[in-house]
Design a protein around this ligand. Structure first.
Ligand SMILES: [Zn+2]
Length: 97
């Protein structure tokens, strides 16, 4: 659902921008329509940005995952598998024996 909001938001924003430029050039009486569209577009983009941030922790976005060991790799014995508690990103780490 979120990518769609972002898509529609950027579309409205673009549309508002085009109307804004047009209204400057042709001096038509669009009144506040471009401004309203710009505000709606911006708020939709902001809404989607806030929601994606909540989905994935700020720390994880910066690369500071909270890894915990979940097991050993089947292929290579000296490789252990870690998984992030927050976003479920996996990584494999070699362990010197
Ligand atoms: Zn993470």
């Amino acid at each position: 659902m979120e990518p769609r909001i972002k898509k529609i938001g950027s579309f409205i924003l673009l549309f508002g921008l085009v109307l804004f430029i047009l209204s400057l050039q042709i001096k038509s009486n669009l009144l506040y329509t471009p401004y309203i569209l710009l505000i709606i577009g911006f708020s939709m983009l902001a809404y989607s940005a806030i929601n994606t941030r909540e989905e994935k922790s700020v720390l994880c976005r910066m690369g500071l995952h909270k890894f915990e060991m979940i097991g050993w790799d089947d292929e290579i014995n000296s490789r252990s598998i870690y998984k992030c508690k927050r976003c479920r990103v996996k990584k494999k780490v070699f362990r010197g024996v």
